[in-house]
Design a binder for this molecule. Sequence first.
Ligand code: GUN
Length: 280
Amino acid sequence: MKLDGRLVAASYRNELKSEIENIQNTKGIQPCLAVILVGDDPASQVYVGGKIKACQEVGILSMEFRFPVGVEKEKLQKKITELNEDPNVHGILVQLPLPHHLDESEVISWISPKKDVDGLTSENMGLFWRGQPRVVACTPLGVMKILEYYDLNVSGMKAVVVGRSNIVGKPMALLLQNAGATVSVCHSKTEDLKFYTQNADIVVAALGRPQFLKKEHFNKNALVVDVGMHRVISTGKLCGDVDPEGLEGWIKAITPVPGGVGPMTITMLLHNTLRLATLF
Ligand code: GUN
């Protein structure tokens, strides 16, 4: 079975659209997201374009700021400070990855936690890990919403998250644990990855390597969530971290790439922007 992220996203975005209309009418708030893109990475440009378009669809205002790859960090900091102080801006997103001369954690630390739509600042990560979430990173939250939509209850399941990034792997592991799963986190230094994944009821692939996980990695009837997104140079097509070959009839369900997790990441960005607009 395919877990259709576009379908879940469309249904969720409809709900968001009415909520946004409602707070406009009742409270006079027009949610607004500012997106910052540094450099000319083609994939990031596509993602940012998708985010801006999605804002328009549900009635969120958006602003886009582009900086050249070699931008001085002071310039970037000045823009972020300006946006922190602008009462009309509710969410700030710095598209990742950043060029190497910029320290990602330093740049994130400039964002006011009250406008941090990715949930990446120390304050928001701290609140989340303490069990008092304010905003949760968009991709893992989107994964949980797909599972909920399809009534896939992970309570009691053995879950394996492959990848340990701040933006996906770590928060994903905590969300699954909160939902009652017993979670193992695997990564590039894990010896015998198969030992873990073959024993899992649900595997979340967020390792960032094209089609790395194959049929032999999965238990029969496993749930597979593919967070990867890569462009195959020879064909121009998109693929994930999971090789779909031979999976049909073997595993229980998978989120396809494209059309799985991606649309939900963007939808949760809209959700988080609305949340910050109404919280503060
Ligand atoms: N790059 C890839 N995914 C994301 C995301 O969810 N947020 C940000 N800021 N950058 C990303």
